[in-house]
Design a binder for this molecule. Structure first.
Ligand SMILES: NC(=O)c1ccc[n+]([C@@H]2O[C@H](COP(=O)([O-])OP(=O)(O)OC[C@H]3O[C@@H](n4cnc5c(N)ncnc54)[C@H](O)[C@@H]3O)[C@@H](O)[C@H]2O)c1
Ligand SMILES: Cc1cn([C@H]2C[C@H](O)[C@@H](COP(=O)(O)OP(=O)(O)O[C@H]3O[C@H](CO)[C@@H](O)[C@H](O)[C@H]3O)O2)c(=O)[nH]c1=O
Length: 321
């Protein structure tokens, strides 16, 4: 199975490419080769793929998912698509939403059209728990209707609905995943874990939004990538799968752990005005992927965060952007 990974030079995409090319994974996923399609925006980075760049099974194409002609040419040569390319940062979508609609909605639609035209076997659309909106208590199942609040999450919800519509209308084998907050090595320092970690290691303060009581579920990027491989191998057409990490933390609790791991104290925390429309809590019920596909997270947040901080400490100079 020749697999096209969009956004494969980004944070999650590059971990996924490494997982797909790993020897222990080769047979299970039946992946014979991987093509990365990535526009190398500010979020894409050649260094993310350094570990696999000499692998003959990997082809990296610099290009845009909105380029219909390029997408058509590539789709003709692939059996499966793992679609991760997106504008991914909520704060940027609040500052300017245009690229979010353009890449996340229109880019996804461009890929879906070409996938139908070329009879692609499987199309895994990687989405987010943010499409459900905030939940005060309990957790959203896959049956909850989308109710997004930020321009980012609205653009992702639009792309999810389009993906499912191409399944219902054209019979395309689409599988949608909605995961919680990823963390791990090589994440862009705009996101809270690498932002706080790199700033603390550099002796700077960290900006905690509002009262810091917002809750996120934390998912190690390697657990997420294992889940995506399971969905690619064993998922069902037209089905949506929530993916969680199993540990919810308030931002204050997360900050506390990062301060400890970096050897810093609360004096380094700056309380700054809240994010506009800041969702209080995200939480997904991921029993479907557990019961149907056998997924469970293997990485504990305690070890995972410590390892992540250690990674940034060990790669500080190389990774300063
Ligand atoms: N990071 C998270 O916690 C998280 C959680 C849930 C879902 N997701 C979703 O997972 C996917 C990957 O997220 P990430 O954190 O790795 O994002 P990222 O910002 O690190 O990477 C996105 C990649 O997409 C590429 N890209 C952007 N626009 C493009 C375009 N028009 N054409 C081709 N490539 C383009 C970028 O160059 C980059 O390499 C996204 O779809 C995101 O919505 C992320
Ligand atoms: C950047 C930043 C963030 N925060 C807070 C806001 C959030 O409550 C929490 C996490 O913020 P971020 O790292 O930006 O992640 P969040 O907005 O939850 O969105 C992430 O997680 C989503 C999944 O839930 C993904 O779909 C998004 O692509 C990803 O960016 O930390 C701060 O307090 N200070 C900051 O400087």
């Amino acid at each position: 199975m020749r697999t096209l990974v969009t956004g494969g030079a980004g944070f999650i995409g590059s971990h996924l490419v490494r997982a797909l090319l790993a020897p222990e994974h080769r047979d299970g996923a039946g992946v014979s080769g991987v093509t990365v399609l990535d526009a190398f925006t500010y979020a894409g980075d050649e260094r993310n793929l350094r570990a696999v760049r000499d692998d003959a099974r990997l082809d990296v194409v610099h290009g845009d998912i909105r380029d219909a002609s390029l997408v058509d040419t590539l789709m003709a040569r692939h059996d499966a698509v793992l679609h991760l390319a997106a504008e991914s940062h909520v704060d940027r979508s609040i500052a300017a939403g245009g690229e979010f609609v353009s890449t996340n909605v229109l880019g996804t639609q461009t890929l879906l059209e070409a996938a139908v035209r070329h009879g692609v076997d499987r199309f895994v659309h990687v989405s987010t728990d943010e499409v459900y909106g905030s939940v005060a208590e309990g957790s959203w199942t896959e049956d909850a209707p989308p109710d997004p609040n930020s321009p980012y999450s609205a653009s992702k919800a639009g792309s999810d609905l389009l993906a499912l519509a191409y399944h219902r209308t054209h019979g395309l084998d689409v599988r949608v995943t909605r995961c919680s907050n990823n963390y791990g090595p090589r994440q862009h320092p705009e996101k809270v874990v690498p932002l706080f970690t790199t700033r603390l290691l550099d002796g700077l303060t960290v900006p905690l939004y509002g009262d810091g009581r917002n809750v996120r579920d934390w998912l190690h990027v390697e657990d997420h990538c294992r889940a995506l491989c399971l969905v690619l191998e064993k998922g069902l057409a037209g089905r949506t799968y929530n993916i969680g990490g199993g540990t919810e933390l308030t931002n204050r609790e997360l900050t506390e752990r990062l301060l400890a791991a970096c050897g810093a104290t609360w004096e380094r925390v700056e309380h700054v005005p809240d994010r506009k429309g800041h969702d209080l809590r995200y939480s997904v019920d991921w029993s479907r992927i557990r019961d149907e596909l056998g997924y469970r997270p293997l990485r504990s947040v305690d070890d995972g965060l410590d390892e992540t901080v250690a990674w940034y400490r060990n790669h500080r100079e190389e990774w300063s952007r």
